[in-house]
Design a protein around this ligand. Structure first.
Ligand SMILES: [Zn+2]
Length: 55
């Protein structure tokens, strides 16, 4: 039996493996990230994306 049902891709933010069946989310560049990491990224004060959107 295959013991590796999902390919693991490192999260663009925290570098921990993203489980494609559970955690998969993609940032604006299409990289695999954890949904929680992405939310933290877009809501963190002073991040470039939020600064652009505020303008
Ligand atoms: Zn992450």
């Amino acid at each position: 039996m295959d013991s590796r049902p999902f390919q693991e891709i490192p999260c663009a933010f925290c570098s921990k493996p993203v489980n494609l069946g559970i955690d998969l989310c993609a940032d604006e560049n299409g990289k695999a990230v954890h949904e929680a990491c992405y939310v933290q990224h877009v809501t963190s004060p002073g991040n470039p994306t939020a600064a652009i959107m505020a303008n």
